[in-house]
Every structure is written in C-alpha cells, then in structure tokens.
Design a protein around this ligand. Sequence first.
Ligand SMILES: [Ca+2]
Ligand SMILES: [Ca+2]
Ligand SMILES: [Zn+2]
Length: 296
Amino acid sequence: MRRGFWGLVVSVALLAGVALTTTATAVAGASGVCAADVRLSAVDVLRQSVEPRRDIVVGQYDLPTPETGPSVAATKTVHVYFHVINKGTGLANGDVPQSQINDQIAVLDAAFAPHYDFVLAGTTRTTNQNWYTMQPGTTAERQAKKALHQGSYDDLNFYTANPGGGLLGWATFPKMNPRPGKILQDGVVVLYTSLPGGTAVPYHLGDTGVHEVGHWLGLYHTFQGGCANPGDYVSDTAAEASPAFGCPNGRNTCASPGDDPIHNFMDYTDDACMDHFTPGQFTRADAIFDSIRAGH
Ligand SMILES: [Ca+2]
Ligand SMILES: [Ca+2]
Ligand SMILES: [Zn+2]
C-alpha cells in the first residue's frame, strides 16, 4: 500500500484476519496479504519523525527468499484487467479516460521491461459510491474485488478508486497455493489521480502502479527490516533504515555499503525520483512468479 499527503496513522485489517496499525515508518511485509505502504509528501516528514516506529514483518514464510533462477529469463506476458471504480461520469468522479489507462500500462511496461510485458485484456467501469472510497481490509474492498476480479493468479487485476486519507495504493502479495476466494481478492488498487498525468503531484507519473505491481510480484520495500539482514531479501539493494521521501540524493541511513536506494521503485520517494528495479529484484520476482503465480 502507498499513502501520500498526510501520512496519518492508518489501521489496516489484513486479509489474513490480523489487524495491525501502521505508521509512516511501518512495514507490513506479508505474503498473501496487503502490503501496507505509507508515502508522505515532504511536509509530512516532521510528523513521520515523531511517530513511534512500528515495523511489522509477518508471514514471509510462503515466499521463496533466495535469489535463484535463470540468469536470462524469458519475457513473461501478464494480462491486465483494469477496473475503473467511479462515483459517476467524468474524470472528477474517478472515471479515468482510456488514454490514462493506456499510459499506465506503458509505464508498467517501461518499468518492468524486458522481464514483464503487460497487455490490457479488458477494462471495466463501475459506478459505486461505497467501492469508490474503499480502503484495504474493508467489506467494500472485498465486495468490489469479488464482483470485478477476472482471470487467474497470473493475471493482474488493477483497480482505480479514491480511498481517501492520503492512501496512494495497496497490493496483495503472492501466496502459495491460494484458495479460490483468495484469488478473487488478488490485485492492486491505486488512487485514480496517481495514474500518469493525474493530479496527485508528486505521485502523478504512474509509479504508484509500478510500486504496487512490484509488491504483487513479491517485492518488499527497500527499507524492509531497516539496516538488518535480510532486509528486503534482495542483495543488490542497499539496506535503508526507513522510507525516503522527496528525492534525498546522498541519503545514507545504514552503515552497510551503499547509499540508500532512493531511486528504486520500492522506496517511497517522488515519482520523478524513482526510476528502476535492480537485477536482484527481477530475479526474486521472476522466481516467485514462476513458482507461485504461473499456471495458477
Ligand atoms: Ca537489500
Ligand atoms: Ca549505507
Ligand atoms: Zn509499498
């Protein structure tokens, strides 16, 4: 999940039925449940700094952790079912135009190339006031996804809505051998104004979608676990003590080698600042996709 703007404390009821509270510095890295993200604007960093740190790491057991797999993986085609949840017609009501959907797909393609090729398989448009403001772990979310989800576990269901409270998005992690009901809840949700060309400045270039799809593929935040090993379970991302906001070049919060990976899509920096995944992240994502999502 990703939160912008206000960064208030948010309670997230995980799909696993475990309630947890996450703050600006919290990490909910749990497989099969929603990835709790908080991304603040620069003005909220002060608020963040006075909040107690509550890093929460649960349920990683179902994700393969080693970076194993072929050195050159074939491009995986991922079909995308795009679900626009709005409260009426027109962009002001969340009814994003097809051009922005196409642009979001193009941003995903650019970010994940050449490992993943995203192909739009269908677009649905639903007007529902309750679903439009759904938040992670709510009845509204469960109902919306149950009604709208299409395809199988290797297809991406991408929802846009207006969850409010500064939430930019959230995602479900891959889970080994998911039950049919779990598959229906699979996918990513983003704030509709975070699509490319949207108004959620500085989160308006489509990288919230990239970040959430990163979680959907099994990637953790670069600040997962802080400075301690194994961190994000990826060896070529430098450890990072806490989320970075804005674009703080030269930030270095851990004594281990390397500056913080502030330009990585799995940090919390501005869209204009984040621009890549590492080879290790792709190796991890590919291994997880092959073992958990492909063919399910
Ligand atoms: Ca790392
Ligand atoms: Ca360092
Ligand atoms: Zn996240």
